[in-house]
Write a protein that binds this ligand. Structure first.
Ligand code: SAH
Ligand code: SF4
Ligand code: F3S
Length: 498
């Protein structure tokens, strides 16, 4: 009988993509994915180390599985991803019931490790009394063995198997691995290793493969994506702008192309021009400011001043007045004063961010910040600053959304609005009630208008009436009103302005 696999993913889009690749490989070995952790033959956690909270979730999952392993030694438990890399073999001390440990740079070897663990678990394989299998080493490989690791990993991305039945609503394609920035608070350069750029043709082929399999939106991934640059053996260089044009041209049948995450420094005019000129590239920039104060930006080693950040926002808005810019912030970084924190609120207002992801500083082992600075901002102050910044961001969202009322916007239809179907289920009301909807009961032949949900090129959620057959297509919606999270409108024939 086929072995079953439970794979749970934490962390960023890179991990989501890694999980997809790992799942593809293990399926190729005959494993069948299951949602039932308690009966799965193999359980794998793909982990994140970026904040302590992310790790705590995994520690607690591991604790829950201790009894299962004691009762069933044949069951195989794996920890992969950033936490595996950061913790290393130390993890076995607290958790001897883990069988497999595999960092992000070694994932191409995971199928072999799983196979090995399955045959040795329970002590059936007398040849190998070393039950634990661990492979890390990404971060130390800033040297000669790097090329081999790169090529092997490249094979993993290239092995991606997509078929028309797959859920391609969120299709990710990596263009850059790792990060060279070493922001003082961040584990990512330690867990993901140095920046490596994939060959452009491999990226184009992968996007093409996804589009052929039905992807309507592809998101290119990199930690500092705009730093992409590939040097060919003949001396030519493909820049990020070149790559955007090339992918856009190679996929005229892809409605939407997006990319994350941008680093606010060194975002070239050419890349902004590419966004402006290519009609199917989303008008969306996730470019985390992290802070609004120069002293803090320096302590964080971000490598730009807030004036430079503003200049970047200005250059983007000059070309694309409607562009949605999204930020991350860390509040409560060591020594941050109230006044310095307040400047985060200023940049939110200045940049009119579409959204901000706000995090309380979490000291991470192995980073410069944990060694150099005491985590001296009390938790309640961190929380208060977090809430204050959220409130300011909320005001900005309300203003941004109000400005969209009356406009006609291009929307990619994602499906039935959950908001409405959930409400309808809970209360038994007819679809659309309370949302200005026009749902009606119908015979089998009749098309049913229901509440649909979709997204704008700036990633705004839009709810409107329409037929489910529109799913996956682009429609124009006139916006009638807006709430904090959602725009509401109706389909119109006229061309979208945004
Ligand atoms: N490469 C992206 C960010 C990747 S990590 C960039 O440079 O913009 C995602 C976010 O987690 C970061 O933007 C930062 O806001 C947050 N983060 C990273 N390390 C953190 C830490 N130690 N404590 C709190 N938040 C952190
Ligand atoms: Fe971390 Fe900074 Fe690299 Fe982003 S740019 S992944 S915050 S080190
Ligand atoms: Fe987390 Fe690793 Fe991503 S630390 S944010 S999963 S790169």
């Amino acid at each position: 009988m086929a072995k079953t696999l439970y794979l749970e993913t934490f962390g960023c889009q890179m991990n989501v993509l890694d999980s997809e690749l790992v799942l593809g490989q293990l399926r190729g070995q005959g494993y069948v994915a299951t949602d039932d952790r308690d009966t799965a033959d193999v359980v794998i956690f793909n982990t994140c180390s970026v904040r302590e909270h992310a790790e705590q979730k995994v520690w607690s999952r591991l604790g829950q599985l201790r009894d299962r392993k004691a009762a069933d030694p044949n069951f195989v438990l794996g920890v992969i991803g950033c936490m595996a890399e950061r913790e290393g073999a130390e993890i076995f001390k607290r958790n001897p019931h883990i069988d497999i440990l595999c960092g992000p740079a070694e994932l191409d070897k995971l199928p072999g490790m799983v196979q090995n663990a399955v045959t040795t678990a329970g002590g059936r394989n007398v040849i190998s009394d070393r039950r634990h299998v661990a492979l890390m080493g990404n971060s130390v490989r800033r040297s000669s063995t790097l090329q081999v690791a790169r090529d092997d990993l490249e094979m993993l991305d290239l092995s991606r198997a997509v078929s028309p039945g797959d859920d391609l609503s969120q299709a990710y394609v990596r263009i850059t691995r790792g990060c060279n920035k070493f922001c003082t608070y961040c584990v990512v350069p330690h867990t993901r290793g140095p920046e490596v750029h994939r060959p452009p043709q491999n990226i184009i082929d992968e996007v093409r493969k996804l589009v052929d399999a039905g992807a309507k939106e592809v998101t290119l991934l990199g930690q500092t994506i705009n730093h992409y640059a590939f040097d060919h053996s003949d001396g030519r260089r493909t820049t990020f702008a070149d790559l955007l044009y090339a992918v856009h041209e190679a996929t005229p049948d892809l409605p939407r192309l997006r990319f994350v995450t941008s680093f606010p420094r060194d975002f070239s005019d050419e890349a902004l021009d590419a966004m402006r000129d290519c009609e199917r590239i989303c008008r969306y920039l996730h470019a985390p400011a992290q802070h609004g104060n120069n002293r803090l930006l320096k302590l964080m080693n971000r490598g730009y001043s807030i004036e430079q950040y503003r200049e970047f926002v200005d250059r983007a808005r000059e070309r694309m007045p409607d562009i949605a810019i999204v930020s991350d912030f860390i509040v409560g970084f060591p020594t941050e004063t109230d006044e310095e924190f307040e400047q985060c609120c200023d940049i939110v207002r200045y940049a009119k961010f579409k959204q901000s992801f706000i995090f309380k500083y979490s000291p991470r082992p192995g980073t410069v910040a944990i060694d150099r600075f005491e985590d001296d901002i009390p938790e309640d102050v961190k929380r208060a600053r977090n809430n204050r910044l959220l409130a300011v961001q909320g005001e900005v969202i309300a203003e941004n959304n109000a400005a969209l009322v009356g406009q006609t916007i291009e929307v990619m239809v994602e499906g039935e609005s959950k908001l409405v179907s959930r409400r309808a289920k809970a209360t038994g009301v007819e679809l659309g009630a309370g949302f200005g909807g026009t749902a009606r009961s119908s015979g089998p032949e009749e098309t049913v208008d229901t509440q649909l949900v979709g997204r704008t090129r700036g990633d705004q959620i839009v709810v409107f009436d329409g037929d489910l057959s529109l799913k996956g297509g682009l429609v124009n919606v006139a916006i009638d009103r807006a709430s904090q999270m959602t725009l509401f409108g109706r389909r119109v024939a006229e061309a979208a302005v945004v």
